[in-house]
Design a protein around this ligand. Structure first.
Ligand SMILES: Nc1ncnc2c1ncn2[C@@H]1O[C@H](COP(=O)(O)OP(=O)(O)OP(=O)(O)O)[C@@H](O)[C@H]1O
Ligand SMILES: [Mg+2]
Length: 1040
């Protein structure tokens, strides 16, 4: 379906098209739901978490490329049936490409931008894949057709340039010289605006020539001098086509620039406020994209009449180069690429909002006249004047001979200049064609080799860059590595690649790979150390992360589909070898299509970060930074007071190899740092090659590998609060579990219901019905006795720990004082909490939640965690007041000196005295009741006083029932502890078969204990109740 919207007001508004692609493998695996729908040019997106609020947007064009297509025999994706709704590459070109071509032929500048998150289909629309050619190659094809069709009326010249903007540096993708450090310069001229200085412009006169240049550029992008795995998701690719049309008869020249921009992936860096990186400010990551957003926003505001003081074109390289495309002299089209899947909702809605702003931008396009042509015109005019004067001089005779000579010299000079201007193009074109023929011969040669020899094929994170490099393994022995010194070496670059990395041997049509000492070679997910025979379609990882697919001899190839071996496949295989797969992350009974999307996201985060961690480790090693990075899957259930077990998160553990200091970085922080590390690493290489002046060593606080030491969250334990709701004391040995399920320590803790003064309550104060607490004061103490078996300190004695916790609605967490150098430190901490008026909220919390006790690790040189008392309310005796909802009347923020506080203290003393009197009276009352009971038991056998007896016996039965219930609640606490133990019991990551058997035995034992405890508790409750009922019946029989 290709739908065209209503014509936008004003001719030069930026036109916006939206295109939605088919599901990719990840989305299919996740059982993804399509949340995008289209009707005409209206596109609707559904929030997967809120079915009530679909959002609709209207654009100039909307393309449905999600479903309803089939692949024809030539590999083209076409609609299933003629006139079907699927929008193929052809129909997108018809709407967008032809308009651009027409504009360019008329002499307007034109720009096409592709925007969208990584993998949303930008490159598919712009460049295309295989036979499904995108807008750029088709546009070139049609352009040269048009040029040929019009060659009688005009002479045309086309110049092609291709560049990449990566980290604010401009790289010429067609340049054959060495890359200038820092990239090419962007300059500004009054007439031209911003332009890239010394950018190569290749004259072209056919579409195949342009295609070959694009291939060359893509190859350059893949193997560019950067040592990183090229990743176009973070760089912008710009193709500039300059079209010059010379209309000799009309004596005019039209010139237009066509900018074709494949933008970097638009995903936002989600950094939550608490974990913003110290080095964030210095990062240029996505600066161009952010600035583009700002420019678009400012221009959209201008379009609706808002006052805008400044449009920040100058803030980034990309916006400088696109200045004329945005709000200037250009006809501009933006194609917003969308994923259809529910898991991409956040990104898709942000893309749609971005596109909506872009469509408001108004440009002022004008037809361009070339300054070169003006010069020719001027020279011609001057010549005409000179000729006129010459003829006048001729009429005047010999007297003006000298002047005639001078005039003739000037005339010749001018004519030569005119001819030079006009022949320059021809010369350049001939040179470019010669170059092209050479390249073409290389490509033909490569195709022939592919049909003769086995080879390895590069696989890149960006599909657009995959399969660009082919390295042939001909008969004999071949070294592979950085070195290209011998004719029998295959030279590759990449992080962690050694001078001589490995050896390929091709004998008798069999290919073997042998790693050389100290080099990393992984075949199909497993590291190898010995000579290994390779099979067709084996996956190789060399060094940190150079990924290649091995293609065997043509006879072995068959008709198999290689496309399944993409970058994700390599990384998933590697993760699986480490024991990480979707099943290990979630409940193993869940089928993939029911996998929780958040777990799926964690899995894909893991395989995305895994190669980045390998690269960071390699850079750390080469730069002698002495730190090691490791991925961790954090179980967020550890900090959840209900112990819910679903959420997981990826973190990176950084360990200093020398002194075992440890840091834990969030994913966002690591990604940011990795980018800065790359920058540092590139700089280091440039300096080593002597291309730049060596810099002073980097100050520590700007070093991306370094961070100040901070306390580290090692793990947590859950102390369930239910017993407090019944005023039952609880003593526990809690397992402190690390984020990966390891036992970090055992913590001895108690919860003691107590009086206001801190006296522990006895059995008699146990409640049957927790709601009795409502509105009353509740006091209890948390006692942290000791920590045993601290793994953190076992690993390095110079460490310490603290315990942190936050009770119910306390404003701040509290921390125990730091204890150092001890594996089994005594904590001996007692904290008194008070709820002045127990609220329903607190009661529910006590019955359903746990206090999360966090174990914090301290390292030498890091500051202790300090409890802040800001906003904390306390009683005059120093009890921490919780449950503020219920404590509005009596509680007050502590200000010991205030008058109010003094009178409050006096009042509280009075209340305390009254309470004491009350307690004394209660005791007396109890004694009296006991005496009365004794008298009554003696008299029970008598008859004739049934009425009085009946009424006085009822409380006695209730008391028995209450006692039975108390016993039951007590035993339920142990049952719950056992249940928690069962829940947390998991096999260790490295378990072999024997380990698993042991685990099953232990699990069986735990289950048995659990069911015995449960049975016992229930049956004793039943017995007690039965006995009470029996007794009651007996008694009523006696009484009746
Ligand atoms: N309209 C479409 N029809 C069929 N396949 C598509 C379509 N759009 C995208 N794809 C496929 O989706 C994958 C990702 O597309 P593409 O490489 O264009 O993404 P991208 O937006 O350029 O990503 P990046 O930001 O990483 O460069 C490719 O394998 C491509 O073939
Ligand atoms: Mg791309």
């Amino acid at each position: 379906m290709r739908a065209k919207g209503a014509e936008m007001p004003g001719k030069d508004c930026v036109k916006v098209a939206v295109r939605v692609r088919p599901f990719n493998k990840r989305e299919r695996d996740a059982g993804g739901r399509c949340i995008i729908s289209m009707a005409s040019s209206i596109i609707t997106i559904q929030d997967p978490r809120n079915s009530q609020s679909p959002r609709s947007f209207c654009f100039d064009y909307a393309y449905w490329s999600h479903s309803g297509f089939t692949r024809d025999c030539s590999g083209l994706y076409v609609p299933e049936e003629p006139g079907g709704r699927y929008a193929d590459q052809g129909s997108v070109f018809q709407d967008l490409g032809e308009g651009i071509l027409e504009n360019a032929l008329q002499g307007y500048n034109a720009t096409l931008l592709a925007y969208g998150q990584t993998g949303s289909g930008k490159s598919y629309s712009m460049v295309g894949y295989g036979p499904n050619k995108g807008l750029v190659p088709t546009l070139c094809d049609k352009l040269f057709q048009a040029i040929r069709a019009n060659q009688d009326s005009r002479q045309c010249q086309v110049f092609f340039s291709m560049l990449e903007i990566y980290n604010e540096q401009v790289v010429d993708l067609l340049s054959r010289g060495s890359r200038s450090p820092g990239g090419l310069r962007v300059r500004e001229e009054q007439q031209r605006g911003f332009y890239v200085e010394a950018l190569r412009r290749v004259p072209c006169d056919s579409a195949p020539q342009v295609e070959q240049l694009m291939e060359q550029g893509t190859r350059m992008r893949t193997t560019a001098t950067t040592h990183m795995n090229a990743n176009s998701s973070r760089s912008h690719m710009l193709i500039i086509l300059q079209l010059k049309q010379i209309f000799s008869e009309e004596s005019i020249t039209k010139q237009s620039n066509i900018n074709l921009v494949d933008l970097a992936g638009s995903e936002r860096q989600r950094v939550s406020g608490s974990e913003a990186d110290r080095l964030k400010e210095g990062t240029a990551i996505n600066l161009s994209l952010t600035t583009l957003g700002n420019v678009i926003s400012a221009l959209a505001d201008v379009a609706v009449g808002k006052k805008v003081v400044h449009i920040p074109y100058r803030d980034s390289v990309l916006t400088k180069l696109l200045q004329s495309a945005l709000g200037g002299n250009s006809r501009t089209v933006m194609i917003a690429a969308l994923s259809p899947a529910d898991i991409c909702y956040e990104e898709s809605i942000s893309t749609l909002r971005y596109a909506e702003r872009a469509k408001r931008i108004q440009n002022r396009a004008v037809v361009n006249e070339s300054p070169t042509e003006r010069l020719v015109k001027e020279l011609k005019a001057e010549n005409a004047r000179l000729l006129q004067r010459l003829s006048r001089l001729g009429q005047e005779g010999r007297r003006a001979e000298d002047e005639t000579k001078e005039l003739r010299r000037l005339l010749t000079h001018n004519e030569l200049q005119i001819r030079a201007i006009q022949t320059l193009w021809e010369q350049h074109l001939q040179e470019a064609l010669k170059d092209w023929e050479q390249q073409y011969a290389t490509i033909t040669q490569e195709r022939r080799m592919m049909q003769m020899h086995p080879y390895i094929l590069n696989i890149n994170e960006d599909t657009q860059l995959s399969g660009v490099v082919k390295l042939f393994i001909q008969e004999g022995e071949w070294d592979i590595g950085l070195s290209d010194s011998s004719p029998r070496s295959i030279s590759i670059r990449g992080l962690g690649i050694q001078e001589r990395h490995a050896v390929f041997i091709n004998v008798q049509r069999r290919v073997y790979l042998t790693p050389l000492a100290g080099s990393n070679v992984i075949v199909n997910g497993t590291p190898i150390s010995q000579k290994t025979e390779l099979q067709h379609l084996d996956r190789l990882i060399l060094g940190s992360n150079s990924t290649y697919l091995f293609i065997g001899y043509p006879s072995e190839r068959g008709g198999d589909d290689w496309s399944r071996y993409d970058y994700d496949y390599f990384q998933s295989e590697l993760a699986a070898a480490e024991g990480i797969n979707l099943h290990s992350l979630c409940d193993s009974s869940a089928v993939p299509s029911q996998t929780d999307p958040s777990l799926l996201a964690v899995f894909y985060d893991y395989i995305k970060l895994m190669p980045m961690v390998a690269e960071a480790n390699q850079m750390s090693q080469e730069l002698h930074k002495g730190v090691e990075f490791k991925l961790e899957i954090k179980n967020l259930a550890l900090s959840d007071s209900k112990g819910h077990d679903l959420e997981k998160e990826i973190a990176v553990r950084v360990t200093s190899l020398e002194n075992k200091q440890v840091w834990l970085w969030s994913k966002a922080k690591f990604v940011n740092r990795k980018f800065l590390m790359e920058e540092l690493y590139q700089q280091h290489h440039t300096e080593r090659k002597g291309e730049g002046a060596a810099r002073a060593p980097m100050p520590r606080d700007r070093d991306p590998f370094w961070d100040p030491l901070e306390p580290l969250l090692l793990g947590s334990a859950h102390l369930w609060l239910q017993s407090l709701a019944f005023r039952i004391a609880l003593e526990e040995q809690l397992e402190v579990l690390g984020s990966e399920g390891t036992e970090e320590a055992i913590l001895q803790a108690q919860l003691l219901p107590c009086s206001h003064t801190g006296l522990t309550l006895g059995e008699d104060d146990i409640l049957i019905d927790p709601s009795e607490l409502l509105g009353k004061r509740l006091d209890f103490q948390l006692v942290l006795d000791q920590c045993c078996g601290l793994r953190w300190v076992q690993q390095a004695r110079n460490r310490g720990v603290q315990i942190g916790f936050r009770m119910f609605d306390s404003a701040q967490p509290l921390y125990t004082p730091a204890v150092w150098h001890n594996v089994n430190p005594l904590l001996d901490q007692r904290v008194h909490f008070t709820s002045l008026h127990t609220s329903q909220g607190l009661l529910e919390h006590l019955q359903t939640s746990a206090l999360v006790l966090e174990l914090w690790g301290l390292q030498e040189g890091c500051r202790d965690l300090v409890s802040s008392l800001e906003g904390v309310r306390m009683t005059p005796e120093g009890c921490f007041i919780i449950d503020h909802a219920g404590a509005t009347e009596t509680a007050t923020t502590v200000d010991p000196g205030s008058e109010l506080s003094c009178s409050l203290r006096a009042l509280q003393q009075d209340v305390e005295e009254l309470r004491n009197t009350n307690a004394a009276l209660k005791t007396e009352n109890n004694t009296l009741r006991d005496q009365l009971n004794t008298t009554r038991t003696g008299a029970e056998w008598g008859r004739g006083r049934s009425e009085r007896r009946g009424s006085s016996l009822r409380p006695s039965c209730d008391a028995e029932f209450a006692r039975a219930l108390k016993v039951f609640y007590h035993s339920m606490t142990s049952v719950r502890v056992q249940l928690q133990r069962l829940r947390r019991h998991r096999p260790s990551e490295e378990s072999d078969l024997l380990g698993l058997r042991l685990f099953v035995d232990e699990q069986g034992g735990l289950l048995r204990d659990f069911s015995e405890l449960l049975e016992q508790s229930v049956s004793s409750l039943k017995q007690d109740v039965a006995a009470i009922v029996r007794r009651k019946r007996e008694r009523s029989g006696i009484w009746s």
